[in-house]
Design a protein around this ligand. Structure first.
Ligand SMILES: NC(=O)c1ccc[n+]([C@@H]2O[C@H](COP(=O)([O-])OP(=O)(O)OC[C@H]3O[C@@H](n4cnc5c(N)ncnc54)[C@H](OP(=O)(O)O)[C@@H]3O)[C@@H](O)[C@H]2O)c1
Length: 315
């Protein structure tokens, strides 16, 4: 029997589900693991799992992705997102496997406004989450191995589970007021398109290092909410505006901890990946249209999150 193609961590997460489905469609063998099968707090479990699977490549997606939650337990965030990534990298190297580690635009402080952020820009995280993911990046890059990649992405959404488009539509359909942040600009990125890019990169035997993967286009969260309503035939629903600072103040006024700081400018420069694949990822509005078709069947009860504001799942 040949070698297993992929070991995927975070396989039950929103990106993990898309990656597992894609690998199956491409006829690539994959073992998906999540909290139950391979807790990232457990170095021995990581070593055991990777050694037993002996995959050609590891796609490391598992992480604590609750950005605000990371502030409440920084040690756990850094252990799961940072230290565990060092353990995954160590185990992948020992197994002679390639590694793709998915990271985030939140490793940047967002002060380069106006210019897409190049892959070699200096990271400067604003939040515990961003710092913990940067620790993971450093652990992967320290190996300097040709098959080890860090892929930063941003504002991820996809069918199934909790996602920003669904939260906006649920709120609009139930007549609740919408107020969305205007002064954070980024690139919404669909799980299905990102999964294609990650597997293409892994299969291309591309040089190791840092890559940026995001759908084309750019927008504020407010503009994205308007795009979502328009695409769903609800373009008549008004979307109120607020700044990130107003949002934070309203959260604190409601008695909850202040949200973690997020970069005002998150537009990743994806040229390097587009050159490798011969094309960029599709525009986010195209991705949104496909997402709404796929997510329609999965509609669930209206979002019941407290407070009158929305800013995306956790980003
Ligand atoms: N979502 C975004 O907007 C975004 C943006 C940029 C980068 N990323 C990165 O993309 C990757 C995938 O994100 P996603 O959106 O698919 O997030 P997700 O839906 O939260 O998936 C992450 C998965 O990791 C699992 N996990 C959490 N703690 C773990 C632990 N201690 N041990 C083992 N598994 C654990 C989660 O399980 P539970 O659900 O049970 O906790 C979940 O299944 C992450 O590395 C994230 O940092 C995401």
């Amino acid at each position: 029997m040949g070698r297993l193609d992929y070991l995927v961590t975070g396989a039950k997460g929103q990106l993990g589900r898309a990656v597992m489905a894609l690998l199956q469609r491409r006829g690539l063998g994959a073992l998906g693991v999540d909290v139950q099968e391979m807790p990232l707090e457990d170095r021995a479990a990581i070593q055991r799992t990777v050694a037993a699977a002996a995959p050609r490549r590891v796609l490391h997606l598992g992480a604590i992705t609750n950005v605000d939650g990371c502030d409440t337990d920084p040690l756990l965030a850094c252990r799961v997102n940072g230290l565990a990534t060092a353990w995954v990298a160590e185990a992948a190297a020992a197994a002679g496997a390639g590694l793709v580690y998915v990271s985030t635009d939140f490793v940047f402080d967002g002060t380069l406004a106006g210019t897409p952020i190049p892959v070699d820009a200096a990271p400067k995280p604003l939040s515990t989450y961003g710092l913990s993911k940067r620790l993971g990046e450093e652990a992967v890059l320290a190996h300097g191995r040709p098959g080890f990649h860090v892929v930063r992405t941003s504002w991820v959404f996809g069918p199934g589970g909790k996602n920003f488009p669904r939260a906006i539509l649920d709120r609009a359909r139930s007549g609740q007021p919408l107020k969305v942040v205007t002064d954070q600009i980024g690139r919404p990125t669909m799980t299905l398109d990102l999964a294609e890019a990650l597997v293409d990169l892994a299969e291309a035997n591309a040089p190791g290092g840092v890559w940026h993967a995001a759908n084309e286009g750019q927008c504020s969260w407010h503009r994205f909410a308007q795009d979502i309503l328009q695409a769903a035939g609800l373009g008549h629903v008004a979307v109120g505006t607020q700044t990130a600072a107003d949002h934070a103040a309203s959260v604190v006024a409601a008695g909850r901890p202040a949200p973690a700081a997020r970069p005002a400018w998150s537009v990743l420069d994806t040229t390097k990946l587009a050159q490798l694949r011969g094309r960029p990822l599709p525009h986010y509005t195209d991705a949104l249209r496909r997402h709404l078709e796929l997510d329609r069947d999965a509609q669930v009860a209206p979002d019941t999150a407290p407070g009158g504001t929305l800013r995306g799942k956790t980003y």
